[in-house]
Design a protein. Structure first.
Length: 307
């Protein structure tokens, strides 16, 4: 009887291992552990609710203090609602904002209030001190969708674009009205990874380039595996992704940054690809070949956990 019971247990273990091995891969956007979080949304809301005397900033004359606090509370409660606006080149800044809103919402709220009060503030390894044209423009952007009533988001995006520069910004380094739609606000792959490293306390592993796709044999499997370690950001050809017909185009260049939120292999061989973009989660079913064709950069951010 003992021998029979032992055989049954062995068979169960083998079947369980086989189930794990042949289960289709899947991944979701999660921080590695709760201990990685520096603060909670509840702490951020308590801090924001404690501010009773925020005066109109002389540095940001077009950002009303009450609306600023309202925006910051909304970011804290609904981080996935953060939106770069229509027709802007703010997508890179919007994607990476998921980190402070989930990893350290209290720290982000304190930073934004200090930036509002003093016209400059420290975050990560940087002191951000936006130029006067940028400070005068925040709160005035129009025809950008919900970003129109989000002056806090305008402050943050314009400040990041003003501070961080890459080769795409060489010929347009000083902000002029309307530059949120131009190369002044654009972000190449190296600049994006530099922002991740300098703004947030974490480690960054990047594969890919502006003109060449990463050489990864099993890209869907690679993405799913790294989603278990940290947050996965993708630099992709957005024009191809939203084409009505997924065919090869004459010009193939990356144009957009998104946060990968879920990926899994379907029984028909296609990939279910879910990502955060334009203030919402989008789900598409793509072939492995098409997915590989549109992705030019993969950046994995993992927080440094204090011991």
């Amino acid at each position: 009887m003992m021998i029979a019971t032992s055989k049954i247990k062995t068979v169960k273990i083998i079947l369980f291992i086989a189930f794990l091995v042949f289960q289709p891969f899947t991944g979701r956007a999660v921080l590695p552990a709760d201990t990685a979080r520096k603060s909670t949304p509840e702490q951020a809301l308590r801090y924001l609710n404690s501010i009773k005397d925020l005066q109109q900033s002389k540095w940001w004359p077009n950002v009303p203090p009450a609306l600023l606090l309202h925006n910051l509370k909304t970011f804290t409660i609904e981080p996935f609602a953060f939106y770069e606006g229509k027709t802007t080149n703010f997508c890179a800044y919007s994607a990476l904002t998921y980190i402070p809103l989930t990893y350290d919402p209290l720290g982000f709220a304190r930073f934004m209030v200090e930036l509002y009060r003093n016209g400059q503030a420290n975050i990560g390894k940087n002191q951000l001190k936006p130029s006067k044209p940028v400070r005068m423009e925040a709160g005035l952007l129009r025809y950008k969708g919900s970003l129109d009533i989000n002056p806090a988001g305008q402050m943050w995006f314009l400040t990041l674009a003003d501070h961080f520069k890459g080769y795409l910004n060489v010929f347009n380094r000083r902000f002029q009205k309307g530059d949120e739609n131009t190369f002044w606000a654009s972000t190449n792959f190296a600049k994006f990874n530099r922002m991740l490293r300098r703004l947030f306390n974490g480690n960054v592993k990047a594969r890919g380039a502006d003109l060449f796709r990463p050489s990864i044999k099993d890209l869907p499997g690679y993405l799913a595996a790294h989603m278990q370690k940290g947050l996965v950001f993708l630099y992709l050809n957005n024009k191809k992704l939203y084409r009505k017909s997924h065919k090869q185009s004459m010009i193939s260049t990356p144009t957009h940054y998104v946060l990968l939120t879920n990926i899994r292999k379907r029984t028909d061989g296609n990939i279910e690809f879910e990502y955060w973009d334009y203030g919402a989660r989008t789900v598409q079913q793509l072939s492995p070949e098409f997915l590989k064709n549109i992705i030019y950069g993969v950046s994995v951010w993992t927080p440094r956990i204090s011991k």
